[in-house]
Design a binder for this molecule. Structure first.
Ligand SMILES: *[C@@H]1O[C@H](CO)[C@@H](O)[C@H](O)[C@H]1NC(C)=O
Ligand SMILES: [Ca+2]
Length: 368
């Protein structure tokens, strides 16, 4: 969800290049770079302007660096070199021709479950919506009002992952509230895993997605991080925190186990058609992990796909035997990738987030 716009203009023989980084359309960072220094220097007045501007920005950044605490504690790491968008990755405009359904009426719909011809999704204002023959209706809400603003999410809830079992039951994971079973007809809800549950000594912070065995006996779900909540997903990516988990809920014993821990932003989760393994998107690392639940490799895991041309979010099976994976942001050799640029420079990330905190006066803090 981050993108970059490059503007360039001539200012009295001085080339001003402006980078604007927008995150989640909530905040943006502007970097003004003045190129062609020697050009500026031909004009004394302009030199003065450029130099004063440079000094002012430098002094401001130094002050922010010294007096503002960084909300994130990033570690340095490197991605493999970005993939080139050639061959099957060649850019195309197929999605541009997609039909837009319910435009503006389903804000923040993150995943879709189907039971017969009926679709279900969850929205940013905490609703679980039924889409029946083109008609929208709210069948349930999991949290308590007020709703509608990002700061309301912890109480209102944010249903992120939806999944229907082969037996026609509907399951929902809410980023803040837990894993629920929701009656697809009456909307009656029952909590299966409350978000307050500590599992193997670690609390939940950002529940994300779920998938269920065909016979309904086990639910697999992800917790992206115990340190950052959904509203701070950008902080989670930028910090590179690796405290995400893949968990298993046994419907009969009602016990939750950890299958994998130490994941860097565990996100979309999906069972293979043979139900012998689970795929988990590890958003920050731009890769997908395979965890075996059956056979010789049961309990083991490996990298299934790596160095993706973007950061993976949800994953669902395609009708031709593969998977659809939604990518947030683009990583390519042909374009500038901010996550790749910043990964090896924790100090630069800290500076950006210090500026952000100072600029917005916001209270963005990790879960203690
Ligand atoms: C459900 O499927 C799982 C995985 O295939 C299997 O281990 C389990 O025994 C099945 N449970 C029932 C009740 O059929
Ligand atoms: Ca997701």
């Amino acid at each position: 969800n981050s993108h970059e716009i490059l503007l360039s203009s001539e200012f009295q023989g001085c080339k001003v290049v402006r980078f604007i980084f927008e995150f989640q359309s909530k905040w943006s960072l502007q970097i003004v770079v003045i190129c062609g220094w020697h050009l500026c220097c031909r004009f004394k007045v302009v030199v003065g302007t450029c130099f004063t501007l440079f000094l002012a920005v430098a002094a401001l950044l130094a002050a922010v660096w010294i007096f503002v605490d960084s909300p994130i504690e990033p570690l340095s790491f490197r991605y493999p070199d970005c993939p080139s968008l050639v061959g099957p990755l060649n850019l195309n405009d197929k999605l541009q021709h997609a039909e837009h359904l319910f435009e503006g009426k389903l804000v923040g719909a993150e995943s879709i479950a189907t039971i017969g011809d009926i679709f279900y999704t969850g929205t940013a204002d905490g609703k679980i919506i039924k889409i029946d023959n083109g008609k929208l209706s709210t069948i349930a809400t999991l949290g308590t009002p007020p709703c509608g603003q990002p700061e309301h999410e912890p109480n209102c809830g944010r249903p992120l992952g939806l999944c229907a079992s082969a037996l026609g039951k509907l399951f929902v994971v809410d980023a803040y509230l837990g894993v629920f079973e929701v009656d697809p007809n009456t909307g009656e809800t029952a909590v299966l895993v409350p978000a307050t549950l500590m599992v193997e000594g670690q609390k939940f912070g950002f529940l994300n997605d779920l998938t269920i065995l065909d016979n309904g006996s086990k639910i697999y779900f992800t917790d992206s991080s115990s340190r950052w909540q959904r509203q701070h997903n950008c902080f989670l990516v930028m910090e590179g925190t690796c405290d995400g988990r893949l968990l298993e809920y046994d419907v009969n014993t009602k016990i939750t186990h950890v299958l994998l821990s130490g994941l860097c932003f565990a996100n979309g989760v999906e069972l293979s058609p043979a139900e012998d393994h689970i795929l988990v998107c590890e958003t920050t690392m731009a890769r997908i992990i395979r965890y075996y639940i059956k056979g010789k490799k049961k309990g083991q895991h490996e990298v299934f796909a790596e160095n993706l041309p973007g950061l993976p979010d949800n994953i669902s099976p395609s009708s031709f035997g593969g998977y659809w994976v939604g990518l947030a942001t683009v990583r390519s050799r042909e374009a500038f990738s901010i996550v790749d640029l910043l990964a090896p420079h924790p100090w630069l990330k800290k500076l950006m987030f210090k500026v952000h905190i100072q600029y917005t006066h916001s209270e963005h803090k990790a879960i203690p």
